[in-house]
Design a binder for this molecule. Structure first.
Ligand code: DGJ
Length: 728
């Protein structure tokens, strides 16, 4: 609900459990009053003032030295006019100055959620939109602040649009999607999600210290190293208690999330496109649209925050038809064959997979040009007749005859120098003339800011995909951007290139959705290098990591689950010893872990034993039987896999709380193990739950006393158990 007190100029966004409030003050400065647990009150008493000295006062304040932009909570912080904390916006005005003041000029409330052209957004007719208009009185450059309110999910979205009404050209150097000020001096922690290739999104918690701290990507992609998501919380906040705020940026390129603890111990958080090499030219009348940021405030810890994000993403970010449709259990040939396969080998894998309940074969990298390794052929999107005689027209019916669907891997944004495409169009790759080029995985990045490049790549891929009945596409991207320069942009516009690249990727993804609405697209970026809420709008699932080791995956899935629901996490069972870690884990355990993702296999199933096949048959049957619970249940992290306890556990609870699936994976074994209890969460205390063995416990008992884990589970390394409980 959006409430506007026109007289007091107070704007209140109410969700089921939270309240967000701001006020346009007497000098038309838009101040942030409150964001937290739901209240029905005027919270503007929280905006306090004092003369802090060495904090400038705007002209209107006259001799009132307590009025300073530098110490008051701002809704969209300005630059060069007296607020020295992190600016939300910075521009070079026509006169060369970098000053930008913003004053309130009006508002509008709309039914339904706003959309942003060419950018991903949460959507929903049941949501409401508030637009607040601000303007710089000197230059007349305007900023429109967008707020989306999703009551049920406690989700508040934000974005900003910068409109050049100055009559002269200006240069936008920074424009964040959202700024959130916490005016009080309460100690705060923040949790960021960091890592590297094969070890993405590991949570890192630290106190917000004086000064600025930030996580960012300048790699052109949201990156393996830092995820565009953050939690800000009270130091006592944990999974099941304490005040916390989750924030995600719906953007897949360069980003920065920065937090500043300022002089009076107030905190500011900003999220947006990274200002590195960002310079957007705005001619008179032109505007720039920032990506969207989204927030959930949970008064009851991280668990509730995650549940609300998961619900919001499933219902308001994943688009038709895959927000609800069951996704196929697949087998991917990558870890089985890499580039060394042909049609017969793929059919052999599919023949082994079909009786196990696997529903789709995905043909990974290596089917095009002369792609026998990763030094060549990216860009030459024609089927390699040596490997696949007769093309997809011949192969796909053979897979379908087994009752399976067929999926294909592509990497549209990339090009190898050893390719026909590069020989014809060397200027299509990002490179700076006169400067040595950079390679990543021996490949270059195509200039996706160019319409002609996008058109060509799309049309060649469209021809391949139209040549057969394709059910799924895996869209990969295997290097980051460097030496970024476009042959099609003048020097003055090169600062627009990183963002134009992202817009180009989004646009082509939308072309696929338009022309092939039934095809399921899985995002991928050398595993999880572009696992972000922006991509999820286009690709409802994303390959979580190139690391398929079940024990490492526990950690990667744990970190990713703070924001992203199970149904978005690409997860497969692979062979042992694992290629990345050389670790051997039981097949059952690999299944339990992959099942808390989209679930599939990534190994040569034709080389498995009858005993292994029997385990896999049970896995796929169990997964399909409990699909709704696993994919759409409320997800609870029961232990922290980074804490090195005796086991890692998590849980899915159906919306009506009548069904529960708890998954447990143990660590390395010790003789004579202690009794371990599993403290379940989110149950109905009054219901009686029956487990697979027929034992019955009340919800209250399972939450307070715990579920008794059997001792034999702790004998042997990396054992696992799935405990399914149903209310009587
Ligand atoms: C990186 C991906 O993450 C892998 O799954 C695989 O598709 C390879 N690229 C193929 O080159």
């Amino acid at each position: 609900m959006i409430l506007v007190d026109q007289e007091q100029r107070i704007f209140t966004l109410q969700t089921s459990n939270t309240t967000y409030q701001m006020k346009a003050d007497t000098f038309n400065v838009l101040l942030h009053a409150y964001y937290g647990p739901r209240v029905e009150a005027d919270m503007t008493y929280l905006i306090r003032r004092a003369d802090r000295s060495h904090t400038p006062n705007p002209d209107e304040a006259g001799t009132n030295r307590s009025y300073s932009l530098d110490t008051m909570p701002q809704e969209y912080s300005t630059c060069g006019v007296g607020d020295y904390r992190i600016p939300s916006i910075e521009m070079e005005q026509a006169d060369g100055s970098h000053a930008m003041d913003l004053r309130y000029t009006g508002y509008e409330v709309r039914k339904g959620k706003y959309t942003l052209e060419g950018l991903p957004t949460f959507f929903g007719q049941e949501a409401e939109t508030l637009v607040i208009s601000l303007e710089d009185p000197a230059s007349h450059v305007a900023v429109e602040l967008y707020y989306g309110v999703f009551e049920e999910e406690d989700l508040i979205t934000r974005a900003a649009k910068i409109v050049n009404r100055s009559g002269e050209p200006v240069k936008l150097l920074k424009a964040v999607s959202a700024c959130l000020d916490f005016p009080y001096a309460a100690p705060m922690d923040w949790i960021t999600f960091n890592g590297r290739h094969m070890m993405e999104r590991c949570p890192s918690r630290a106190a917000l210290n004086p000064g600025v701290q930030s996580v960012a990507s300048t790699r052109g992609l949201s990156s393996h190293q830092n995820n565009p998501s953050v939690v800000i919380c009270r130091p006592d906040a944990a999974e099941d208690h304490g005040l916390c705020y989750g924030a995600v940026l719906l953007y897949s390129g360069n980003f920065e999330i920065a937090a500043e603890r300022a002089q009076v111990e107030d905190c500011r958080l900003v999220l947006g496109i990274h200002p590195h090499h960002f310079c957007w030219n705005l001619a008179p009348g032109e505007s720039f649209q920032t990506p969207e940021a989204a927030f959930v405030c949970s008064p009851n810890g991280f668990g509730q925050m995650s549940c609300q994000f998961h619900r919001a993403i499933r219902k308001h970010l994943l688009r038709d038809p895959y927000e609800n449709r069951r996704r196929p259990v697949l087998v991917n040939n990558w870890e089985a064959t890499m580039w060394d396969f042909n049609a017969d080998k793929l059919v052999e894998i599919a023949e082994a997979a079909a009786p196990l309940g696997v529903e789709m074969l995905v043909m990974d990298d290596g089917w095009f040009g002369d792609r026998d390794d990763d030094y060549r052929a990216l860009g030459d999107w024609t089927v390699d007749q040596r490997k696949l005689p007769g093309g997809l027209e011949a192969l796909v019916p053979r897979i379908q005859a087994l009752g399976m669907k067929f999926g294909i891997w592509i990497e549209p944004e990339m090009i190898n120098e050893d390719s026909d495409l590069y020989r014809q169009h060397p200027d299509w790759a990002l490179a700076i003339p006169g400067r040595a080029m950079t390679r990543g995985r021996s490949q270059l990045v195509l200039d996706f800011s160019r319409r002609d490049v996008r058109d060509y790549i799309y049309n060649t891929l469209k021809a391949v995909i139209s040549s057969a009945d394709i059910a799924y596409i895996k869209w990969d991207a295997n290097r980051t951007l460097a030496t970024v320069w476009s042959a099609q942009l003048p020097a003055s516009r090169q600062g627009e290139l990183y963002h134009r690249y992202v817009l180009g990727v989004y646009e082509m993804l939308d072309w696929f959705r338009r022309d092939f609405p039934e095809i399921l697209i899985e995002g991928c970026c050398g595993g999880g290098g572009r696992f972000d809420a922006g991509m999820l709008y286009y690709t409802p699932q994303i390959w979580l990591s190139d690391n398929t080791d079940a024990v490492d995956r526990l950690r990667i899935q744990y970190g990713s689950s703070f924001f992203y629901p199970v149904c978005t996490m690409g997860a497969h069972v692979s062979a042992v010893p694992n290629g990345g870690t050389r670790r051997t884990t039981p097949l059952e355990t690999r299944g339990v872990v992959a099942m808390s993702g989209t679930f599939g296999y990534e190994m040569d199933l034709s080389e498995t034993t009858a005993e292994e096949q029997e385990i896999m048959r049970r896995q796929t049957a169990f997964f399909k039987e409990h699909y709704d619970l696993i994919q759409r249940g409320d997800y609870y992290r029961l232990t922290d896999p980074f804490a090195d306890g005796p086991f890692t556990a998590w849980e899915q609870v159906s919306q009506d709380r009548r069904e529960v699936l708890a998954s447990v994976v143990t660590g390395t074994t010790r003789a004579n193990p202690a009794f371990q209890m599993l403290y379940l969460r989110g149950l109905d205390p009054d219901l009686r739950y029956r487990d697979q063995e027929g034992n019955v416990y009340t919800g209250a008992a399972l939450m307070a006393g715990g579920y008794p884990l059997s001792l034999d589970l702790f004998l042997g390394d990396y054992q696992s158990r799935q405990i399914y409980l149903k209310a009587e």
